[in-house]
Design a protein around this ligand. Structure first.
Ligand SMILES: Nc1ncnc2c1ncn2[C@@H]1O[C@H](COP(=O)(O)OP(=O)(O)OP(=O)(O)O)[C@@H](O)[C@H]1O
Ligand SMILES: [Mg+2]
Length: 341
């Protein structure tokens, strides 16, 4: 049984004009297995944050069913809902720390609310601050911390009551790339060492690439595509997914790029796509070299997605036209190729 399951979930809000209805989430089916990291991507207004608020029961769904750890939450009393919420941690783009409290006070806060005895609180806060690497900042105030440190506090606070689920809504969107990598590393550790199931909401494909096992793409309230990260990156089906993937992985060079390449390269241009690890790059290059054809890499790159290599390399091939054609055909028999006009 999935840890989180949504069936036919919709959420509407009254719009700003009278009688208008905003369909923030439309008929969403989604299953998240225990121990998974699921990435939810979509453009602004796609319904990602609304989806998260439905899962942690901050807002009621308009229709459909949501179960968390086997409990149907759409019909629960407020008191029972509080217990469900305690099993779900949440972190935010703007960190949402209490500015009047120290780092220690922020992390201890959920424990105070939960009525945990003081000595237990202390042991737990120390443990959490050690886990996120902030023991030396225990008595600092949030404004004395960098963005990355603030998010570490956010993570420690979200984990205080030992939740089995962590929801991260654009948790790294306010951070620079290096700090982002840091925080993503910490989230990976939360997943691996504590077994916490994580849902990361983001519009950055690089976050999804480096973290998610599975990806859900939302548009206009709907889930338009979902699947294992590698499949989604290598064979995106929906146009929106394709656009997202293209922000990260350069496939065939576009018009202006091709023009720029053409200024220095008049040979035949072919994009070779590596999706399947059973075909090695060296096997591909060997086919070219064997025919006495010269080649140069002019565009593209290889990325690691879900621990597997994937990418597109555009080659310029030069030499005897017959040999070049033979090489292109031989390469095409091994991997997917696209001729660049
Ligand atoms: N409380 C609300 N009242 C009215 N409309 C809302 C409310 N919350 C969200 N919406 C609308 O629902 C739609 C989805 O919003 P949501 O915040 O879930 O999108 P999002 O994917 O998180 O966007 P972003 O990437 O900008 O954070 C939007 O059209 C938004 O205006
Ligand atoms: Mg949002």
């Amino acid at each position: 049984m999935p840890l989180i399951e949504l069936r036919g979930v919709s959420k509407t809000y009254p719009g700003s004009k009278r009688g208008e209805t905003v369909h923030a989430v439309r008929d969403v089916d989604l299953a998240v297995e225990e121990g998974e990291i699921v990435g939810v991507v979509g453009y602004s207004g796609a319904g990602k944050s609304t989806l998260v608020r439905l899962i942690n029961a901050l807002e009621p769904a308009t229709s459909g069913s949501i179960t968390v750890a086997g409990t149907e939450i759409t019909t629960l009393s407020e008191r029972r809902l509080q217990r469900v919420r305690r099993g779900i941690g949440m972190i935010f783009q703007q960190f949402n720390l209490f500015h009047s409290r120290t780092v220690y006070g922020n992390v201890a806060y959920p424990l105070v609310v939960a009525g945990v005895p003081r000595d237990e609180q202390h042991a737990r806060v120390v443990e959490l601050l050690t886990f996120v690497g902030l023991t030396d900042k225990a008595h600092a105030h949030p404004e004395q911390l960098s963005g990355g440190q603030k998010q570490r506090v956010g993570i420690a606070r979200a984990l205080a009551t030992g939740p089995s689920i962590l929801l991260a809504d654009e948790a790294t969107s306010a951070l620079d790339p290096e700090t982002t990598a840091d925080v993503l590393g910490l989230l990976r550790k939360v997943n691996r060492e504590l077994g916490v199931t994580i849902i990361v909401i983001t519009h950055e494909m690089d976050v999804v690439r480096s973290l998610a096992d599975r990806v859900v793409v939302m548009e206009d309230g709907r889930v338009v595509e979902q699947g294992p990260a590698f499949d989604l990156f290598t064979r995106p089906q929906h146009p929106t997914t394709q656009r997202f993937v293209r922000t990260l992985i350069d496939d065939v060079p576009d018009g202006p790029t091709t023009e720029a390449i053409r200024r220095h390269h008049d040979g035949r241009l072919v994009t070779v796509s590596f999706r399947d690890e059973s075909v090695s790059q060296s096997a591909v290059f060997a086919e070219i070299i064997r025919r006495g054809v010269e080649f140069e890499l002019v565009h593209g790159g290889i990325e690691q997605v879900g621990g597997r290599a994937f990418g597109h390399l555009t080659l310029e091939l030069r030499g005897d036209p017959g040999a070049v054609s033979d090489a292109v055909a031989a390469v095409g028999a091994l991997v997917e190729t696209t001729e660049v006009a």
